[in-house]
Ligand binder design. Structure first.
Ligand code: SAH
Length: 467
């Protein structure tokens, strides 16, 4: 982003437009919407500009600008549409440190004017960094079509109620008040009862929400899926967008966190590098404290929260403190990995059981029913198995596992850096494992339709292969 969008306060400040022809007029049409003091520098201003002056909308200075004219201006437009006089204005702007727009010259300009949807005070600015004005105009037209004409008036009327609404508890309760006003009741009230109707609806909503508000504050124990935000449930996306507080594990992908509001408090609890490591009790306390203060808390765990996510411990703490909670499932790493390698986790005639196992548990290397796991046709999704790959391989071979049974390791499932490594039970002991969190799929190999694979220990980037 080379151009950072901001809304500049120009109330009462000077904006200079240098030039008196069509180029200047086009810019003036936009600038006249502001409450700035507009000065046009033009020796021979067109009749349109003169009319604007007569109407008191701007002042004309019938000469070229001098350096002193630019002093303390908010911005200046070089809008002669001619190289020489525009360059001169650019030099003056540079001397005076005033923000310059040289019309249709991206490189020479400090700022560019976006396409604007104007529903004052609601203003939408669309920019393409000068690359595609046609696209900007199309987006503007689409937004104009979809945005009700009354939105500006509603915003203005709502603003008058802001100080009263400020006495509602901050966070989701207050947001609920405004979202009901803008999206459910406001425009209807305006249509039927005009401005008075809107005032009444604001009062009504206020008492409704005030009464409801006392019941709110809860924790959503939510699965973030393996990383790709498209793999979140619709409900999960909605809840995350509404959250006041997001408490997440290290494995939760940054793209998922992007969905949270910018004002939300986002806390990472995982240990990374020299970062702070959180105790389970501290996490519980954090969630409870916020929820009891009326906040919507989203406890985000990678994959599905019920799979190796210490979910029960958190539920217990929430129950003990009488905090309301709800679980929102997510796509666990095993399902997402199976999808990526184009295969089924169960299959008639091959495996009627599917095991989720972990490479290590609180006691270190985890013990399992190795005999059953080693049987031909058995399928298991092994979580946290990378560091215990040697141990797993040894145990399975010892209990009758065939050395060339397939094992597929999928790291960073569904993320841009996903890696698929196809190996065997014996290869597992010596292979270099891919970087990042990985799931080991014992007894499964990628579908041949996805990549034309020779089944041999190798790292295969399927994403660049046959897709
Ligand atoms: N609740 C999670 C599992 C948490 S345990 C789930 O349902 O997926 C952590 C382990 O999950 C990691 O060691 C790894 O084995 C697996 N895992 C989590 N995210 C992953 C991802 N994006 N890609 C591959 N494996 C992942």
């Amino acid at each position: 982003m080379r151009h950072f969008p901001v809304f500049l306060n120009v109330e009462g400040r000077r904006i200079l437009v240098c030039g008196g022809g069509e180029t200047a007029i086009a810019k003036l049409r936009l600038i006249l919407k502001t409450s700035a003091r507009i000065e046009v520098f033009a020796e021979g201003p067109s009749s349109q500009i003169q009319e604007w002056e007569e109407a008191g909308a701007l002042t004309i200075v019938r000469r070229q600008p001098l350096a002193s004219d630019l002093e303390n201006a908010a911005m200046v437009y070089a809008a002669h549409g001619e190289e020489q006089p525009d360059r001169k204005v650019a030099r003056l702007a540079e001397q005076q440190g005033v923000l310059l727009n040289l019309v249709d010259d991206l490189e020479a300009s400090d700022f560019i004017t976006p396409a604007i949807v104007d529903r004052d005070p609601v203003t939408i600015a669309i920019g393409t960094e000068g690359t595609a004005p046609v696209l900007a105009r199309k987006i503007k037209a689409d937004i104009e079509d979809n945005l009700s004409g009354s939105v500006g008036l509603l915003a203005r009327l709502g603003a008058g109620f802001r100080s009263r609404a400020a006495s509602l508890p901050e966070g989701s309760i207050r947001r609920k008040f405004w979202s009901r006003f803008f999206f459910e009741r406001g425009s209807q009230a305006l249509k039927i009862g005009g401005e008075k109707g809107v005032q009444e609806v604001l009062e009504q909503l206020y008492s409704e929400i005030e009464n409801e508000g006392r019941e709110y504050g809860r924790v959503f124990l939510m699965g973030a899926g393996p990383g790709d935000p498209d793999l979140l449930t619709v409900k999960g996306q909605r809840v995350l967008r509404d959250a006041d507080v997001v408490v997440h594990d290290r494995l939760v992908g940054p793209q998922v966190l992007e969905l949270a509001r910018r004002e939300a408090i986002v806390v990472e609890t995982g240990k990374k590098g020299f970062g702070k490591s959180w105790k389970q009790e501290d996490i519980n306390e954090l969630m409870i404290e916020h929820a009891q203060a009326g906040a919507t808390v989203v406890r985000l765990k990678s994959g599905d929260p019920s799979v190796y996510g210490r979910l029960d411990e958190e539920i217990e703490a929430l129950n003990q403190s009488n905090t309301a909670w709800e679980i929102i499932p997510g796509i666990t790493a095993a399902s997402a990995a199976a999808a990526e390698i184009g295969t089924s986790l169960t299959r008639r005639g091959r495996n009627s059981a599917l095991r989720f196992i972990t490479g290590h548990d609180i006691n270190g290397f985890a013990e399992h029913d190795w005999v059953a796991l080693a049987k031909p046709g058995s399928v298991a999704a092994i979580y946290m198995g990378k560091r215990t790959a040697r141990f797993l391989s040894g145990r399975l071979l010892m209990h009758g596992g065939v050395p060339d049974r397939p094992v597929t390791v999928v790291a960073n499932v569904s993320r841009p850096d996903q890696e698929i490594h196809v190996t065997t039970l014996s290869g597992l002991a010596s292979d270099k494992m891919p970087e990042g969190p990985a799931i080991l799929l014992l007894g499964l190999k990628p579908n041949e339709a996805i990549a034309d694979l020779e089944f041999q220990p190798d790292t295969v980037d399927l994403k660049q292969g046959a897709f």
